[in-house]
Design a protein around this ligand. Structure first.
Ligand SMILES: [Fe+2]
Ligand SMILES: [Fe+2]
Length: 268
């Protein structure tokens, strides 16, 4: 009997040990779980914080980009004060340029860079004397030489920046009067020596100048302007771009119409 009793005592003791073990294990697991939950809560708070920081950063980046573009716009405005070019001209030729770049297969970022850089093509006119810039008649040879320097002055104003946008603008300012056949200025570059953005802006700029009213001239009819551009293919302009321009003339004219309806909303 006593043998039996001591056996059952031992079993009881064993069971108690198991039970204590189990309780300890359970408590440890519970603690671990609590720690995990707390860590999880903490992580969630970090995630919320991080999201807030990211959206604040995005917001300030957006504001920075806006003020940057605003500054550029004011630089363009300053140049326009001295030129017959109107704000509408700048908007249209930039949009024509961006359209051509897009059709040429440039990615969205490059298209945007061209859209924002093209308006600065003539900022160098700030440095040209009013007597030449606003002369109603034909320029003398030496006056024309001075006038040509707006490309170099513009490039100098825009040079030395680490911004991709201003680097593109510098190239455009320098090369938008170069011609495919090498007879342009200031460096008589030929063919693909002329950076592609310069070639695009050259075409967009001339087409808009031809089809716009200026104080001294009526706009050319579209078909006449298109003929002039086509005849200058391979002479003034890159023929590849002229073809692209002709293929997409519908969209070009849509941009032109949009800018006119902005100016004269009653005319639709
Ligand atoms: Fe120019
Ligand atoms: Fe222009």
């Amino acid at each position: 009997m006593s043998d039996q009793n001591s056996k059952s005592d031992a079993a009881d003791a064993q069971l108690r040990l198991y039970a204590e073990d189990l309780t300890r294990t359970y408590q440890l697991e519970k603690e671990k779980r609590g720690q995990l939950e707390r860590a999880n809560d903490q992580l969630q708070r970090y995630a919320v914080d991080l999201n807030q920081t990211i959206s604040q950063l995005r917001e300030s980046e957006k504001r920075l980009e806006e003020s940057y573009l605003d500054t550029i716009h004011r630089l363009v405005l300053a140049a326009e004060y001295k030129d017959e070019d109107t704000g509408d001209h700048i908007v249209r030729m930039s949009r024509y340029s961006a359209l051509l770049a897009e059709k040429l297969g440039f990615d969205a970022k490059q298209v945007k860079i061209l859209l924002y850089a093209a308006p600065m093509h003539d900022v160098g006119k700030i440095g040209i004397p009013d007597s030449i810039l606003m002369k109603p008649g034909k320029l003398t040879d030496s006056e024309f030489e001075t006038m040509k320097s707006h490309t170099l002055i513009g490039a100098r104003i825009l040079s030395g920046s680490s911004s991709e946008l201003l680097q593109a603008a510098e190239k455009i300012a320098l090369t938008h009067h170069e011609k495919w056949n090498g007879t342009g200025y200031p460096n008589k570059l030929k063919g693909t020596q002329i950076p592609i953005f310069g070639r695009i802006v050259a075409l967009a700029d001339v087409f808009d100048a031809l089809t716009s009213r200026r104080p001294y001239k009526e706009p050319f009819p579209i078909n006449v302007a298109v003929d002039i551009i086509t005849q200058d293919s391979d002479r003034h302009f890159d023929s590849n771009l002229v073809n692209l321009f002709l293929e997409n003339l519908g969209e070009i004219l849509k941009i032109k119409k949009e800018s006119e309806s902005l100016k004269h909303p009653d005319k639709g």
